[in-house]
Design a protein around this ligand. Structure first.
Ligand code: M6R
Length: 615
């Protein structure tokens, strides 16, 4: 996720200051590098930095910049590290075209090879840079600016929100959208603005046009024309929408908190993560197949994603993977870290001090060790210390409680597991396809659940309001879901929880159960189900208030439960393996509404930081 802002005006304005304010209000979409292009007297100037917008402001003194056109960008790196070279805007060979982009061009490698063979010189490792070069090519062929942009976009697969300017048409910015948002604001007859999101436009106008997929707009000072990319001959008649949110509400896209917004972003985060190239999973799978010893390490939520992933990978790998919390990694393995080991490290931030220390210690202790990591941040410390890494595509997560990054971590681990199953021929091709089909349908399942269950989860929370202690119990792979769901309630709603094995809970924890004690059972219909039914009965017999999270067609656990949360998914082994992904939004929502019920801010849990950089 990145942020785009642009403006074009009749009069000369303080464009530097306006553009900086625009991208600053989009910083929640990404903040690892940034840049701006502006036009003055037919000359295009581009300034960029690796770092925050404030660094760029200080370095180039941009507040003093005046002019009539600027496009600016704040980046969340996906292709290429967050360096100055990879920052947007990107330009063509002539330096006449500048372009900012949010999204991913999936076929950029083929297009880049083609453009290189025609003599185009590339300066960055990004997918974006092919766009200005393709436009340059079409302009050379004699197409006008609009037609060159349209022809370029028609050659691209993937997602884009773009803004592009061209020195030979100095009174125009062209914007277009496919899957990545673009909004347009018009101060009639004076100034036109474009941005990735409404908060950037609101200080200037409340009247916004929202571009739909495959739409393109030509912005001129104080006016805009709209076209469909697939049929660009006739203009489209678009009506503006009046936005009455505050700037702060707008950043949260109308959601009350980032946590809720990020839970609702899970389907998109998963769909984007499913687009990661297969070759990355193959590299991980090959290393895991040839290793003698495998460890998986992480902290907090990432550790619970690791526990779910470890279970998925074990299933097909036929080798034991040891899960060790990163802070105890060294204590567990001192004197015992052997040659030909692989460590799989998971961290959304890629900066957690204990995770970094664990892998640095391992590398120092056994120099042939391979570090494979999964993170959400390109260029993070974890990527620098890893032999190979995969970057999840959750986009920036602002809420301190990890939500969408968790589901994308588990998706990546599931894809690695399936790659192992393929390479090892552990199951038939048909079965592998069924697992993939189930994986691909996880975003729809979550969307469907979120659409229909907000009210029932809110009601459940109201009934539980007085309880301070909870158990979250499960068996098998769902123990990871129980622990993660419980952690959410603990951190955002300040309830005491124990996330535990349902079987093991009778060896001690059960002594706490009295009438009305809430116990949340995670109960997918997998191989552990029948025994779990027995565990539910044990807790019910002692007066426990049973809340269960089950698949749609569940009967036995439902009959034993006081309240049931049903996840709309089929009951078969392919979907059962993926319940760490599809069942978790229910528990995240429960934690979110419990925080509100107790008057707490779910985005800023007490005593916690988003990234823990101390040991
Ligand atoms: O950035 P990381 O994934 O390495 O962070 C690990 C934990 O600090 C993190 O998951 C923490 O537990 C979150 N607050 C969970 O919501």
């Amino acid at each position: 996720m990145c942020g785009i802002f642009g403006l074009i005006s009749k009069e000369c304005l303080d464009i530097g200051e306006i553009a900086l304010e625009g991208i600053k209000s989009l910083e929640y979409r990404g903040y690892d590098s940034c840049g701006i292009a502006f036009q003055n007297g037919g000359k295009l100037t581009v300034k960029k930095v690796s770092g925050k917008i404030n660094d760029m402001q200080k370095k180039f003194n941009l507040e003093t910049l005046s002019g009539h056109l600027a496009i600016a960008h704040t980046r969340w790196a996906t292709h290429g590290a967050p360096t100055e070279r990879n920052s947007h805007p990107h330009t063509d060979c002539t330096g006449d075209i500048a372009l900012v982009h949010n999204g991913i061009i999936e076929n950029f490698m083929e297009l880049k090879d083609e453009l290189k063979s025609k003599g185009h010189i590339f300066k960055s490792e990004t997918d974006t840079e092919i766009l200005p070069h393709l436009i340059e090519d079409f302009l050379k062929e004699g197409f006008n600016f609009k037609e060159a942009v349209i022809r370029t976009l028609k050659r691209c697969k993937g997602a884009y929100g773009i803004a592009v300017c061209y020195t030979k048409e100095p009174d125009v910015i062209i914007v277009a959208r496919k899957e990545s948002p673009i909004v347009i604001g018009i101060e009639e007859g004076k100034i036109s603005y474009c941005a990735s999101d409404i908060p950037a436009i609101l200080p200037h106008t409340r009247s916004c046009y929202i571009l739909e997929d495959d739409e393109l707009a030509i912005l001129q000072p104080g006016k805009a024309e709209f076209y469909n990319i697939q049929n660009s001959v006739n203009k489209i008649d678009k009506k503006p929408e009046y936005i009455n949110w505050s700037v702060d509400d707008a950043k949260k896209n109308g959601y009350e908190h980032f946590m809720l917004k990020e839970i609702f972003e899970e389907p998109t985060a998963i769909r984007n993560t499913l687009k990661i190239e297969m070759k990355d999973f193959q590299i991980f799978a090959k290393h895991l197949l040839s290793a003698d010893h495998i460890y998986i390490t992480a902290a907090g939520t990432s550790y619970y994603a690791a526990l779910a992933g470890k279970y998925m990978i074990n299933k097909f790998l036929g080798k034991y993977i040891q899960g060790i919390e990163c802070s105890e990694f060294q204590n567990n393995l001192i004197g015992a870290l052997e040659k030909n080991s692989v460590i799989l490290a998971v961290s959304q931030s890629g900066e957690t001090a204990d995770t970094i220390e664990a892998i640095r210690w391992a590398k120092k202790t056994q120099n042939d060790i391979k570090i494979l990591s999964i993170t959400n941040v390109v260029g993070s410390s974890l990527t620098r210390y890893s032999d190979h890494y995969i970057v999840t595509r959750a986009g920036p997560e602002i809420g301190v409680a990890s939500t969408k990054t968790y589901v994308t971590q588990v998706i990546v681990l599931a894809l690695i597991a399936l790659e192992i199953a393929k390479l090892k021929k552990a199951i038939s091709k048909e079965e592998i396809q069924k697992y993939y089909d189930a994986l691909i349908s996880t975003p729809d399942i979550i969307e469907n659940f979120l659409d229909k269950n907000i009210h029932s989860v809110k009601n459940l929370v109201r009934n539980l309001e007085k309880n301070i202690n909870y158990f979250f119990l499960a068996r098998g792979i769902s123990i990871a879901t129980a622990k993660e769901g419980g952690l959410k309630l603990k951190e955002v709603a300040c309830r005491f929880i124990e996330g535990y094995s349902a079987a093991h809970a009778k060896h001690g924890p059960i002594s706490l159960v009295r009438k009305g004690f809430p116990i949340i059972f995670i109960a997918p219909p997998d191989e552990t189900y029948e025994r779990l039914v027995g565990n539910v009965m044990e807790f019910k017999a002692r007066g426990g208030y049973i809340i269960s999270v089950v698949s749609e067609s569940d009967k036995k656990v439902t009959e034993l439960s006081n309240v049931t949360i049903r996840i709309p998914q089929p009951s078969n082994k392919y979907f059962n393996l993926l319940t760490p992904i599809t069942f978790i939004p229910a528990l995240q929502l429960l934690a979110y509404y419990a925080a509100l019920e107790h008057g707490l801010d779910p985005d800023k849990p007490l005593n916690l930081a988003k990234t823990v950089t101390v040991h």
